[in-house]
Ligand binder design. Structure first.
Ligand code: ASP
Length: 459
């Protein structure tokens, strides 16, 4: 049995949805289909999820959102018409959106999630109806009915362990199940969504629950590439990755697959395959528990903007018991999750995502650090990018960091931070955001460009 998830561009219009129908029909094992909300049809287009967010925001601000609502209904209506699906579906979608909009606004997070979930939910209903009309035994299944229970962290929810037993019953459903991605329900029966891009997570949870033979993740590229092809167009395709490599690459900006979607697949040992809806015959990228690898292999270089550093220095910090805990406690009190904490003898830096450090929180954190830790210096710097060089074979190789730092130095990139994680399958560099692309190109040339065998396992 296969679980197949189709991303936003795969359901962006009727033509794309018909490609999904062919893909489903081509393999009777594809029995659970998870869909995103319609995404961009071209570069300037807007994703339905973003339209829904704009609609919810207009409602909160002005108490009305007719124009925003009309744009969403028009988007679904176009797909419904082109698919030749019954017109009543569009009316039902409009009624559903109006009902959500009229719901309780008091808790912004809950209201927002209820609105955001409408993209996937209505898309799944529309896809199921269109497939039925075209003769496929397909049925929409609601995450509520299926038992997908989430924590009440609205906009950032996590699956509750107890969901898995009930979700396993999806295996016994006849025909093809069409399941909306991105959201589930809290124990208080409220809609909650995963982080953005979270339909990947839904797919992985279902694949784990039904013990699928493979979790296919259909997107709009043939495979995962060794570097972001927008930065390095000649970056080679990666055919095989381990879970750990994918997790590290996805963490630092490999947008093809959500990093949190790895976990359920790993736990249940379900292999993942990234495939292209527009070219399903391409082999794609397999993500497995293990793979054969050669020493020296850097498999990919990922990069992401949007990090900030809180730098704290204090003479004899190394002798002060509890300094690190107190510092991290201040962040915890502010509900800021930290990403990394590289430290020296008399100083430590805490790296956080810039979006978590609002101006008000930053001022508060700095004031508390000064008052409670009496440091010699506290500085906050924004505009940090992280580069992650990843590969299972790296731990057996001497000189990789030297080669990378040389390449960065030759490109004139200043390394703000260097961290060889405990995992030993990655080395992380912090550079200025303005240097990020230059740095990725430099590492690509150092580790992949001269590769004799197409990039995978280049050393
Ligand atoms: N539609 C949601 C988003 O745009 C979730 C997803 O597509 O995976 O973030």
């Amino acid at each position: 049995m296969k679980v197949a998830k189709f991303g936003g561009t795969s359901v962006a219009d009727a033509g794309q949805i018909l490609k999904i129908l062919e893909i489903v029909k081509a393999d009777p094992n594809r029995r659970i289909i998870v869909v995103s909300a319609p995404g961009k049809r071209n570069k300037t287009d807007t994703k339905v999820t973003d339209l829904l967010i704009a609609c919810a925001e207009a409602m909160l601000k002005h108490g009305a959102a007719e124009q925003e609502l009309a744009a969403i209904v028009a988007r679904f209506a176009e797909i419904q018409k082109e698919l030749g699906a019954p017109e009543k579906i569009t009316r039902e979608i409009e009624a559903d959106l109006r009902q959500r909009l009229a719901g309780d606004h008091k808790h912004h997070g809950k209201f927002m999630d209820c609105m955001k979930a409408a993209g996937e939910d209505n898309c799944a209903k529309l896809v199921a109806a269109a497939f039925q009309q075209k003769g496929l035994n397909a049925h929409y299944v609601s995450p509520r009915e299926a038992g997908l229970l989430l924590s009440s962290e609205f906009g950032n929810a996590q699956v509750l362990e107890k969901s898995y037993a009930k979700l396993a019953e999806l295996r016994n459903r006849p025909g093809v199940t069409i399941f909306p991605g991105f959201f589930g329900y809290t124990e208080a029966d409220e809609v909650a969504t995963f982080p953005r891009g979270g339909s990947d997570i839904t797919g992985a949870i279902l694949a784990a629950a039904v013990k699928a033979d493979v979790y296919e993740n259909f997107t709009d590229v043939d495979s995962v590439y060794a570097c972001d092809p927008r930065i390095v167009p000649e970056a080679p395709a990666i055919t095989l990755l381990t879970y750990r490599e994918m997790r590290e690459l996805a963490y630092a900006g490999f947008g093809v697959f959500h990093d949190e979607a790895i976990v359920p697949a790993v736990t249940a040992n379900v292999p993942i395959c990234i495939k292209n809806t527009n070219r399903p015959s391409a082999p794609g990228t397999q993500i497995m528990p293990e793979r054969p690898y050669a020493a020296g292999g850097v498999v990919g270089v990922a990069s992401a903007d949007g990090f900030s550093t809180i730098f704290v220095s204090k003479y004899l910090m190394n002798r002060e018991v509890g300094f690190g805990r107190k510092l991290l406690q201040i962040l915890e009190d502010e509900k800021i999750s930290y990403e990394h904490a590289p430290s020296g003898i008399d100083n430590t830096s805490v790296i956080v995502r810039s979006k978590e450090l609002t101006v008000a929180k930053e001022a508060h954190v700095v004031t508390r650090i000064k008052a409670e830790l009496s440091p010699d210096d506290v500085e906050v710097e924004h505009g940090l990018a992280l580069l992650m060089m990843v590969g299972e074979g790296m731990r057996y190789t001497v000189g990789l960091a030297a080669k990378a730092t040389h390449a960065l130095a030759d490109a004139g990139v200043n390394i703000e931070m260097l961290n060889q994680g405990a995992s030993e399958i990655s080395i992380m560099f912090g550079v200025k955001e303005a240097d990020r692309k230059k740095a990725v190109r430099a590492l690509f040339h150092a580790f992949f460009a001269q590769s004799a065998h197409g990039g995978q396992e280049a050393s």
